[in-house]
Design a protein around this ligand. Structure first.
Ligand SMILES: O=C(O)c1nn[nH]c1-c1ccccc1
Ligand SMILES: [Mn+2]
Ligand SMILES: [Mn+2]
Ligand SMILES: [Mn+2]
Length: 333
């Protein structure tokens, strides 16, 4: 990558050995106008973030300082212009405004490379003020069927997808906020005895893809249900967990609640299981079809949850899944 030359006629800001806010601001505007960034910079960003997140613990632990706000966002699914709206309403990532994106950054929406590169550039610039959890769409099977692989190849090349795929395998699986809130993309487990230590000890690097069973798969795939106990997944992968499962997990691990994403909610968020299971979803008007709002959660040093909602904004006339490899749809779960 180092030997790649960025020709003089490249009209974007240059990137040196480290990320800058100016580069992020320039890239953000380029993406809004349908431009790309130089291939060399895509490689640099994804390789740098892969190294960074690889060395993070499987469960990242974050305390919110007095003068800081941490915003938890759910699925964005390639809806770049709606993410711009979220940053417009709530403030862009900065030293004092931390963000946690809780998986499913890509697929479905047709600006997945733009979202992935913007989140990664922010992670590279402020690795201790910007956090990423893996979702079930940060996996090869889903990216093949739901558009991200095709989008990488269409806008950049196959190596870019392979580099992103390796970075997804390196992402943490959960983030613990103030010892009170466990944030993970899917949800809880088929085993009542799972503790935070089991998640801390999970070696996520041994298994690049979540597979059909185990803690990693369940953290990325499971869903809450209203009935007590556990039930079958509607997705064909994972399972569903009831309010008693959530209560026992929170009690056992000293948590106030779990915060998860993974499912659309008409209001953008929903407090379930007597407030111990919170779903937050940040892709309004999901796939240009569902009439749902988006939401995000602001958390200060008092660890009070402030729910905020937002609406979809107009975007260029490119349909969802514009780059999807339709032939794979049938083979998916
Ligand atoms: O694409 C989605 O809506 C989604 N978000 N999380 N999981 C899925 C999903 C899972 C299985 C099949 C289709 C979509
Ligand atoms: Mn490794
Ligand atoms: Mn999703
Ligand atoms: Mn999901």
């Amino acid at each position: 990558v180092d030997s790649m030359i960025v020709k003089d006629d490249y009209d974007g800001m240059r990137l040196g050995e480290t990320m800058t806010q100016e580069f992020i601001d320039d890239m953000t505007e380029r993406f809004k106008t349908g431009k790309k960034i130089h291939l060399k910079y895509v490689y640099q960003i994804v390789i740098a973030v892969t190294k960074l997140v690889h060395d993070e613990p499987t469960m990242k632990e974050v305390a919110v300082p007095d003068d800081t706000t941490l915003t938890v966002c759910g699925d964005t699914h390639g809806q770049y212009f709606d993410l711009m709206e979220l940053f417009r309403l709530n403030g862009a990532p900065s030293e004092k405004h931390w963000y946690l994106f809780n998986g499913d950054f890509v697929d479905r929406g047709s600006w997945s490379t733009e979202i992935a590169l913007l989140l990664y550039a922010n992670k590279w610039l402020r690795p201790e003020a910007f956090f990423l959890n893996r979702g079930n769409h940060e996996t090869d099977d889903m990216n093949r069927a739901y558009g991200f692989e095709g989008e990488c190849k269409a806008k950049y090349n196959d190596r870019v997808f392979r580099l992103f795929s390796e970075s997804f395998s390196a992402l943490p699986l959960a983030t613990l906020i103030g010892d009170k809130f466990l944030v993970l993309h899917g949800g809880l487990f088929s085993d009542d005895n799972v503790t935070l230590d089991d998640i801390r000890k999970l070696d996520r690097h041994k298994q690049r893809q979540p597979g059909q069973s185990g803690l990693m798969m369940e953290m990325l795939w499971t869903d809450p249900q209203t009935e007590p106990g556990r039930g079958p997944s509607k997705r064909g992968v994972g399972m569903q967990f009831g309010p008693d499962v959530t209560a026992r997990f929170c009690e056992k691990n000293g948590l106030e609640a779990i915060i998860r994403s993974h499912e659309v909610r008409m209001d953008g968020y929903e407090e379930e299981h007597n407030g111990k299971c919170i779903t937050v979803f940040s892709a309004p008007k999901y796939c240009d079809m569902t009439e749902n709002r988006g939401a995000y959660i602001n958390i200060g040093s008092d660890y009070k949850l402030k729910f905020n909602q937002f609406d979809a904004v107009p975007h260029p006339n490119i349909r969802p899944m514009a780059y999807a490899n339709n032939s794979m749809m049938s083979s998916l779960v």
